[in-house]
Design a protein around this ligand. Sequence first.
Ligand code: DAH
Length: 348
Amino acid sequence: MNADQARQLLERALDEAREAIGSAASLEDLEAARRGFGGKRSPVSQVNESIKSLAPEDRPVVGKAVSAYNAALGDLVDARRDELQVSARDAARVRDAIDLTEGGHGRRRGHLHVVTQVQRELEDVFVGLGFQVAEGPEVETDWYNFEALNMPPAHPARSMWDTLYVRLGRPEQVMLRTHTSPVQIRVMETRKPPIYTVMPGRAYRKETLDARHSPVFHQIEGLVVDRGITFGDMAGTIEAFTRAYFGPDKTSRLRPSFFPFTEPSAEFEVTCTFCDGAGCSVCSRTGWIELGGCGMVDPNVLRAVDIDPEEYSGFAFGFGLDRMAMDRHDIDHIKTFFEDDVRVLEQF
Ligand code: DAH
């Protein structure tokens, strides 16, 4: 073999190697090609063997050609190995992929609970009338739930609320709030009049579950304290809210009542939404549905939070949200709201 023959042989071998390496479909194929074109019985090792029998001036030339061949072969193998590894990784990614859209999660977005929807709508109505929204704790002390609301310890008016006490501190001092009225006290403690605030939230009573009563339920409280506030302002606010929430064809009326924290006190009723006031079984043929209580804030309540009843007056109201949601959607049992059956709740 002379230098020319050696160079031609290496050139051809490199062409064949390029072919074989390019069509290697796996890392095993690639290794076989590398051994076939670079191993002991390959053309290049034959050429390498022959170097010592070449003319001395040809030796370095052929030696360089062998090095160049080995380098080119190495590059071809490396490049193909990279390609094969990338496609193996891609294949694994496809094979091992987890479908995150499977099952209930991610397929549908949830929505607000039906009682929360009613609460938000009411908040919107009152914000539209110029009210702010405030919240207070569900675990309350005797002071906020009763005493500051003009119910001294052991006062018989407390029996209007069947209280659930929490075993904390002195006996019967900490409780689950029986209404949202204690938030009135918290608002008046932290803000000076003028106050125009609604306070939605959960309340608790020792109550046996039936279709329209539950030991846990929701209320919204309203409080206005300003100079010169009258009973007429209260009646007007309740009427404005009634029309905004139930529709312009509905109206409200007040009936005398009693609450320890208001004087005078009233119950407010709205046109029955089932019979439009004609009289039906839901409204006991009266044409009216009782919604909640209201009245002029008792001067003792204002004094309890250091607001001068000679300078300021106010009104308050409070009513339940659960029954409003039930009536609006024809829901026949209050437990529907906390059984958390998604099949039921997703309808509203
Ligand atoms: N807190 C009363 C209850 O749960 C409802 C109530 C009545 C709230 C009159 C008021 C009010 O703010 O003025 O039975």
